[in-house]
Every structure is written in C-alpha cells, then in structure tokens.
Ligand binder design. Structure first.
Ligand code: ADP
Ligand code: MG
Length: 423
C-alpha cells in the first residue's frame, strides 16, 4: 500500500520505521519528514492540505496517518475525507478535545468523567474570584488553545495564579490561545500516558507509558516536549485500566457521538493517579512524542493494519497483539534545549559491534537535517535512543548503551529515564 505520514518528528519517524519492517511491503511518503525519514521512504513538502489531498489521490495513497495536532485542528482529516481518501485521525471538530482546553473540560464535566475541579472563563474577575475561593495551593492555570506544551502554569500562590491569568487574558503570554483560561485544582499523584486507538465506536488500549517532561534529572528544570519515555509501566494495573475504560474512554466515545463529533484517531489520555483513582488531566488527539517511539516497536500487530482499521471503522475485528517486552526511549537534545536553538552539529553514530545491542536497540531521528551525506542536529530534540529488553532495567541499559555510541556537539540527555519504575 502507498502510505502518507504527516509530520517531521521522531514520532513520525517511528511510525514509518515500524511500517517499513512489516512483512508486507509498503511505499512510505513523509510530508515534510526530516533528514533521516528519506531512508525509510521519500519526503515531499506540500503545505496546503487541499493540494496535498490532490497529490494523495494522484499517487494512490491508500492510508494517510497524521502525527502532530496542528494539522488535525486545522481540519486536514475533513479535507482528505471530502476527497474520498482514507485517513486516520479526528475531524477538526473532534480535535477540539486538544485544540481547546475549555471544550475538553466541558466535555469531561458534561459526561461525568473524573477531572480536577475547575472554572473556565474569559473574565479576569471570574477567574480571580475562583482563585480566592480555592482552599489550597498550588493552583493550575491553563491557556485554552494550543501553546506547544508551554501554556500551563503551576502557580505556587494565589498571587502567582492571578498573574498567570492576567498575562493570558491580556494576550501578552500566548496571544489568542490565552483569550480564555482554565483555572483548576492541583492534583498530587503520579502521571501516566494512556492511549486508546479509536474508530468512532470501538477502541483498542495500548500499554500505558510514562513521559519525562522536565529537562533535568529527578524532574527538575523547565518543561520540554518530553525527554524520554518507557512502557509498559508497572505503575498501572488492571484496576486502573478498567476504571479508565469504564469511566473515561467509553463515556468519551459515547459523548463525542452525541456531540456530532465521533472520535476517530488516537486519544491520548493524560492521567494523574491520585489514591489509585485515575483523574484526567487532559486529552490529546494524537500520539505523544516520545511515547510513540516505544509503542510502535512494541506492537506485534502491524501498525498499518491498526491505523487502517482505525480509519475504516473495523477495530472490532482487530485482535491487538503486543510484544512481551519493555521499551525505554532516551531523548538526545541540543545543548540549548529547551531555552533556545543551537548551532547545527554533525551527528556521528559509531558502528555497533555488540550483536545483542544491535538487535535490541535503534535510533528514532527527530530534529535532523541532511547536508549532502552529513546528518546534522538542527532541532531541539535531535534523536531518541530506544532500547528493548525483558525487563525495564535491561531495556534502559540498552538505550543508554546506544546513547554512548551517538555523538554531536552539545548533546545532552537525562540519565534517569524510567526511574519511577526502578525505584
Ligand atoms: N491539575 C493539575 N494538577 C497537577 N499537575 C497538573 C495539572 N494539570 C496539569 N498538570 C501538569 O502540567 C503538565 C501540562 O499540563 P497539560 O494539561 O497536560 O497541558 P499541555 O500538555 O497542553 O501543556 C501535565 O503533564 C502535568 O504534569
Ligand atoms: Mg500534556
């Protein structure tokens, strides 16, 4: 089949890599892809979605997979479907679950899905009154719209919470994305990423993962796009999975149908587990990055089949198979990440002579550009070293062994990925 993958990160690379390893041969095109995806398939760069849909038709694309949130919120799925193309992802309307935190919180409330107590408002006065009425700090303030992972402030005092509200509502902090805010109670627990692949009616749950958002070891320093992940995490159990299915996934799919926006695509459920109860922090409408980089290789079911059935309402006929292994992904980032950009640096990967390491690890390329035969680190998150094993420690050792084989000026990574599982 001819498959088109939208996006340019490690997430899209990992989807392509998994598809390229299936026994059936596929032709993969990335739009726009990165400096390494052209080894898996080919790269094209068409920015206009209508033009891209015509290209897809003319090139007999049988399945399109959308990686990032922006094209989904912009309606790429609707445009492709109008052209009769098969595309896996939510409509613009359903993508509001991620595009607007106000919309998402109102859906959670309407369908009785457990989430932090909140107010959503465009009025500074209303937000301030709510903050004054709160009995505990920290207080969480969220900009409504897409902010590339920077729109959430955990305020340690009421004054700080009010400052955050004021900065958002004035447009100073996040422009239009802050025209409305969510103010909510702080949840104290541990975080999980749970993914449900949905076709509007049916769903398949993938093994729960844990991301590491902060730049520094021990979860210190500013938030990033994610510095590493592992799965399956032992911090989840059947009881939590069941509660998430019954209290979260099922009512969300039912609710979205009632809203006239059936949810097709990947539902990323950001969960905070508080006293064994899963409370929903947020939804995303696509795979998390770096979680995708470990989930794709852990699937025994062909990735193309999972997404194709998701796109054609056939998930009820899929018997999902997951490898009985653990995966750990360590992000190697540029020196100035996440504060600013860094000078391009040549990437050198040593030959790996250890057969066991070779077979149980790989690199997922993200922020890289090709300059002739040279691969350059040009993005914040440059690449991920991914290791697999029969337990988390082994998988992690392999991921870090691979990190030792990768060189570029300024490279940095966290040294404690998966620490919560190994405590
Ligand atoms: N109510 C909350 N209580 C505690 N921590 C929170 C809360 N809401 C968000 N966070 C923290 O902030 C991070 C970002 O918030 P999230 O709602 O996921 O927004 P986004 O991913 O769009 O930035 C979460 O991953 C979590 O660590
Ligand atoms: Mg989040």
């Amino acid at each position: 089949m001819n498959i088109l993958i939208l996006g340019s990160g490690g997430r899209e690379y990992s989807i392509g890599l998994a598809i390229s390893k299936e026994y059936e041969e596929h032709n993969i095109t990335f739009c726009p892809g990165n400096g390494a995806t052209d080894k898996i398939g080919s790269n094209i760069n068409i920015k206009d979605y209508k033009e891209l849909a015509s290209w897809a038709k003319n090139n007999n694309i049988g399945l399109t997979i959308v990686g990032p949130e922006q094209p989904l919120v912009d309606g790429v799925v609707d445009i492709f479907k109008q052209e009769g193309l098969t595309i896996f992802g939510p409509s613009a309307k359903a993508a509001q679950l991620e595009g607007s935190k106000v919309y998402m919180k109102n859906i959670l409330k309407k369908y009785n899905i457990p989430t932090a107590a909140f107010i959503e408002t465009a009025s500074k006065e209303e937000a301030y009154n709510f903050i004054d009425s709160m009995s505990k700090t920290p207080i969480v303030v969220k900009a409504d719209g897409l902010c590339a992972g920077k729109g959430v402030i955990i305020a340690l005092s009421k004054e700080e919470a009010k400052e955050a509200v004021s900065g958002m509502l004035s447009g100073e902090s996040f422009g239009d994305a802050g025209a409305k805010v969510v103010v909510e109670e702080y949840l104290d627990g541990y975080e999980l990423s749970i993914f449900a692949v949905c076709d509007g009616d049916n769903y398949v749950v993938l093994p729960a993962a844990q991301d590491h958002k902060r730049v520094g070891d021990g979860d210190t320093g500013p938030n990033t796009g994610g510095m590493g992940a592992y799965a399956p995490t032992p911090l989840v159990n059947d009881d939590i999975y069941k509660k998430v299915e019954d209290r979260v996934i099922k009512p969300t799919l039912e609710g979205m149908k009632k809203e006239g926006a059936p949810f097709e695509g990947v539902l990323f459920i950001g969960v905070m587990v508080v006293d064994n109860e899963p409370i929903i922090l947020e939804y995303n409408v696509r795979f998390g990055d770096p979680e995708c980089e470990i989930l794709m290789p852990l699937l025994e079911t062909p990735v193309s089949e999972l997404f194709y059935k998701g796109a054609t309402k056939q998930l009820d006929t899929l018997d999902i198979k997951i490898k009985k292994q653990f995966g750990v992904a360590v992000v190697m980032a540029s020196g100035n990440y996440p504060y600013g950009s860094s000078a391009p640096a040549e990437i050198i990967v040593d030959d790996i002579h250890d057969e066991v390491l070779k077979e149980n690890s790989h690199i997922s390329y993200a922020g890289v550009t090709k300059d002739g035969d040279t691969l350059l680190a040009t993005g914040g998150r440059v690449l991920l070293c991914v290791g697999f094993g029969d337990d988390i420690q082994t998988a992690r050792d392999r991921a870090y062994a691979l990190c030792g084989q990768v060189h570029f000026a300024g490279k940095k990574c966290r040294t404690d990925i998966a620490y919560q599982a190994l405590k």
